[in-house]
Design a protein around this ligand. Structure first.
Ligand code: FE
Length: 348
C-alpha cells in the first residue's frame, strides 16, 4: 500500500477505507491509533475547537470530511459496506430523514444520551444537538405585527402580494409543512400552502437571508426565516446588514396554539461505522456542557441539553418563546407528505 502523498482529506479517508478492508488479522490494540471518521455538513469555526477538545479528552483522532449534505449522503450510499464513515452530522430534520430513510444510520443505545437529550429531540437512529426556530419576519413600515402572529396569517387574503418565500422543496419549508400537517392535517396544510402561494409578491428564489433582505427593502412585506440567519445579520458589522435589521421585526409564530416550529442540527452513527464505540463516545461528547456550547454557538443555535449552557447573547436578546414540542422523528417522517402537499398547491 502506498503512503498518502497529499494531505487531501478525501485521499486520507479513502486510505482509511482500504486499511479497514486490508486488516484481516487481529493487531495489538496498542499499535492502533483510535480514530473517528466524521462526515460533516457543518462548516463553522467553533467546530474546530469542538473537535480538538474531543481528541484532547479521549485521545481519539478525528478524520473529518466536509461536504454538502446531498453529496455526503450520496457518498455514504456509494461506499456501502466499505464506507469509512462513522458519523454523519447535518442540519434539518428533513435532511436527517433522507439519510435515515435510505437506511444509512444504525440504532444507538446510550443511557447518557437518553438522560441528557429531551425525548422529543431524539429518535432511535439520530439525535438533535442544537435547535433553531422558523419565525415570521415583517417590514415594520408596511405590516403591523398583530397582522402576522401565525403561519396561517401569511396565507390570509390581507397578505396579498406581501409574501416572499424560498422554494417549497427546500428542507426548511418541508419541515415546517410537516409540523403544520402533524397539528392540522393535510387538507388544512394544502389550503394554507395555496393561500401562501396566492399571496406571493414574487416567485420563490434565494435563501432565507435573501428573503429577509427583500422584506427589509420593501420588495415584500413578510417572510419566514430560520433564527440563525437573523442572528448573523444582528451580529454583522456591515452597514447594509444593520440597516436591514432595523427595517424588520420578528414574530414568534403560533404562541397561542402549538408553538413556533423548531428544527435541529443532528447526527447519527452510520450503519457500517468501522469505529462504532468511538462514534457513540463522540455522540455522548456532543451532549456534554462544553460541547453543547461550541455546537450551538457555531451557528447561533440553542443548545438542546436543558440547563447546560446559556444561549449566546444574540439569541438571548431575541427573547423567550413557546416552541413546538412535536417529536422530531415524527416531524421528519412527515416531510415526504409535505412535499406532496406543496406540489399539489403549486409551491415550486
Ligand atoms: Fe441554513
Amino acid at each position: 500500500m502506498h503512503a498518502p502523498t497529499s494531505t487531501n482529506r478525501r485521499g486520507a479517508l479513502a486510505l482509511v477505507a482500504l486499511a479497514t478492508l486490508a486488516c484481516l488479522g487481529p493487531r495489538p490494540a496498542a499499535a492502533q491509533t483510535q480514530v473517528l471518521n466524521l462526515y460533516s455538513a457543518r462548516h463553522y469555526q467553533t467546530d474546530e475547537a469542538l473537535y480538538a477538545n474531543f481528541t484532547k479528552t479521549t485521545g481519539i483522532k478525528i478524520n473529518r470530511l466536509d461536504g454538502k449534505e446531498d453529496e455526503l449522503v450520496e457518498r455514504i450510499r456509494n461506499e456501502g459496506k466499505a464506507s469509512p464513515a462513522d458519523i454523519l452530522i447535518t442540519v434539518d430534520a428533513a435532511r436527517l430523514e433522507v439519510a435515515d430513510s435510505l437506511g444509512l444510520f444504525q440504532p444507538v443505545q446510550s443511557k447518557l444520551l437518553d438522560e441528557r437529550i429531551p425525548a422529543n429531540l431524539r429518535t432511535p437512529t439520530w439525535v438533535a444537538f442544537s435547535t433553531r426556530a422558523r419565525v415570521i419576519v415583517y417590514n415594520k413600515a408596511a405590516i403591523k405585527p398583530a397582522q402576522v402572529q401565525t403561519y396561517a396569517d401569511l396565507a390570509a387574503p390581507a397578505m396579498k402580494a406581501q409574501v416572499c418565500m424560498r422554494s417549497g422543496s427546500h428542507p426548511y419549508n418541508l419541515s415546517l409543512g410537516a409540523a403544520i400537517i402533524a397539528h392540522e392535517g393535510e387538507a388544512k396544510t394544502e389550503a394554507w400552502a395555496r393561500g401562501l402561494v396566492a399571496n406571493f409578491a414574487r416567485g420563490p428564489k434565494g435563501g432565507d437571508t435573501d428573503q429577509i433582505k427583500a422584506v427589509a427593502a420593501g420588495e415584500c412585506g413578510v417572510t419566514i426565516s430560520n433564527t440563525y440567519y437573523l442572528a448573523r445579520l444582528m451580529r454583522s458589522t456591515k452597514p447594509d446588514d444593520q440597516a436591514a435589521m432595523n427595517a424588520v421585526g420578528i414574530v414568534w409564530p403560533n404562541q397561542a396554539s402549538w408553538g413556533t416550529h423548531v428544527n435541529v442540527s443532528g447526527a447519527g452513527v452510520l450503519k457500517h461505522a468501522p469505529n462504532k464505540a468511538n462514534a457513540v463516545k463522540f455522540m455522548e461528547y456532543l451532549a456534554s456542557d462544553e460541547a453543547q456550547a461550541y455546537f450551538a454557538n457555531g451557528n447561533n443555535e440553542w443548545p438542546v441539553v436543558q440547563g447546560s449552557v446559556a444561549a449566546n447573547p444574540t439569541l438571548a436578546a431575541m427573547g423567550s418563546f413557546k416552541a413546538d414540542t412535536l417529536p422530531i422523528g415524527d416531524l421528519a417522517k412527515t416531510t415526504v407528505a409535505a412535499q406532496k402537499v406543496f406540489d399539489r398547491a403549486g409551491w415550486k
